[in-house]
Design a protein around this ligand. Structure first.
Ligand code: PEP
Ligand code: CO
Length: 469
């Protein structure tokens, strides 16, 4: 279908013979070719013409990020794989259109900035900041359906696909929502860019990030001590005449799961500098645990785009699976291109991860290792809420550090689901949130997130682990 072809620029690659079997030497496949691969976890749209119209509209929209920014992030991820930096990825499990408000975006940014300051200061390691933000609207589901009190409806697949309300109308997949994803992402990103360059992220503001309920908590007070030390250091630097640009702004990047192929394909463009394709919907995109089939459509699209990318690896992943993914997704073994985000669960990481890391490392594959301590640790509380124990989250990260220390490899980062608000979704932490408390402020439309106090506590604990890594 002509409308599905990439229309911006030409594929200028030489196509010369190359020793790697999977080298990107063909243009990005069109959408029909991807659909022919039977991609997992796609919306079952009732109206194909409406999908084509939404995709055609998206193809006319400007990029949300620039390819050059993606390259900058790739360089930073390369530093992570060399053991010279640590990656902090975090944000909602599922963003919502209604959640695109100034307060909400600022609060998420603020907790990420606070965590990054703690990690940078306490561990003296550069922190690469990547928000699960401005595009994280589509969710893979274990079950296609949801049943409540005898009524069965299609599962909610994120605001990108259908509505959260438990009604038959809301649950019908609507492709116009893909255009809404673009607009919501653009509005969010606009705010993020203003915050990170417009003074809010100035290191002089470290104290002001520590406001409201957090300031009163014990971890908030611990943060104040760090902030006070940073203040003193800044005053000293200023007194000697040093005031680099880095003190006044931060590098912040965006990421999301590249799940709905209609959207990600429509947002894939040929970069005018390099004549190669980038998914310009975010700096970093990842393939989820449920869509990482080697011959699947997600891997096929991702092997063509030049962004830094991630793949989630659950406990069933073998070293051969990981090596095959690396060969296909990063045939040139380009540093910074590939991040493996492991999510084994606290109970399995110490047994499962070593073989993977050892074999991948032994075969010389360039990869950044990041720990997602959330998705292997979800359970249903007696009250019926989906939750996670703060202690399990911490224990999985501990296991991750232990495995890497034993193998002399670098624990490159963490990938967490969090929010800037005072929600009650994960149990435990210094405030000792109990299962019975979950109902008081449970707002996630998908997985349970760490609240701001829990997130900051986690940052201090990870900083300690990093100091000994
Ligand atoms: C997620 O990151 O929200 C997610 C669904 O992860 P996974 O693919 O690892 O299950
Ligand atoms: Co999730």
């Amino acid at each position: 279908m002509a409308a599905d072809r990439l229309s911006l620029g030409q594929d200028g690659r030489s196509g010369a013979a190359h020793p790697y079997p999977f080298r990107v030497s063909s243009p990005v496949p069109d959408l029909d070719a991807l659909r022919a691969l039977g991609p997992a976890q796609q919306p079952d749209y009732p109206d194909r013409a409406a999908v084509d119209a939404a995709v055609a509209r998206l193809r006319t929209m400007p990029p949300l990020v620039f390819a050059g920014e993606c390259d900058e992030l790739k360089d930073k991820v390369a530093a992570v794989s060399r053991g010279e930096a640590f990656m902090l990825m975090g944000g909602d499990c599922a963003e919502t259109f209604a959640g695109v408000t100034a307060d909400n975006v600022r609060n998420k940014l603020r907790v990420l900035l606070q965590m990054a300051v703690v990690l940078t200061y306490a561990a003296s390691v550069p922190v690469v900041k990547v928000g699960r933000i401005a595009g994280q609207y589509a969710k893979p589901r274990s079950s296609d359906f949801e049943t409540r009190e005898g009524v069965t409806l299609p599962a909610y697949r994120g605001d990108a696909v259908n509505g959260f309300d438990f009604t038959a109308e809301a649950r019908v997949p609507d492709p116009q929502r893909l255009v809404d994803v673009y607009n919501s992402s653009a509005a969010t990103l606009n705010l993020v860019r203003a915050f990170v360059t417009g003074g809010y992220a100035d290191l002089r503001q470290v104290h002001t990030w520590n406001t409201d309920f957090v300031r009163e908590s014990s971890v908030g007070q611990r943060y104040e001590l760090v902030a006070a030390e940073i203040d003193r250091a800044l005053t000293f630097m200023q007194a000697i005449g040093a005031d680099p640009d880095e003190f006044h702004r931060v590098d912040f990047h965006t990421c999301h799961e590249g799940l709905v192929l209609d959207y990600e394909h429509a947002m894939t463009r040929i970069d005018s500098r390099t004549q190669t394709p980038y998914d310009v919907s975010a700096h970093f995109v990842w393939i989820g645990e449920r869509t990482r089939q080697l011959d699947g459509a997600h891997v096929e699209l991702f092997r063509h785009i030049r962004n830094p990318i991630g793949v989630k690896l659950g406990p069933s992943t073998t070293a051969d699976d990981a090596l095959a993914l690396a060969a296909k997704l990063n045939p040139d073994n380009e540093p910074g291109r590939l991040t493996f985000i492991t999510r084994f669960g606290a109970g399995r990481i110490r047994d499962g991860l070593p073989d993977l890391v050892e074999k991948v490392t032994a075969s010389g594959v360039e990869v950044a290792w990041v720990c997602d301590p959330m998705h292997g640790n979800t359970f249903e509380a007696s009250s019926g809420y989906k939750t996670r124990r703060f202690d399990d989250v911490v224990d999985e990260i501990k296991g991750f550090f232990e495995v890497h220390r034993a193998l002399d490899t670098w624990p490159g980062g963490v990938h967490v689901e969090l929010t800037g608000d005072d929600v009650t979704e994960c149990v435990g932490g210094g405030e000792e949130l109990a299962e019975v408390d979950l109902g008081s402020r449970y707002e996630s439309v998908c997985d349970p997130r760490l609240n701001r106090v829990q997130s900051l506590e986690l940052a201090f604990l990870v900083a300690e682990m990093l100091r000994n890594a």
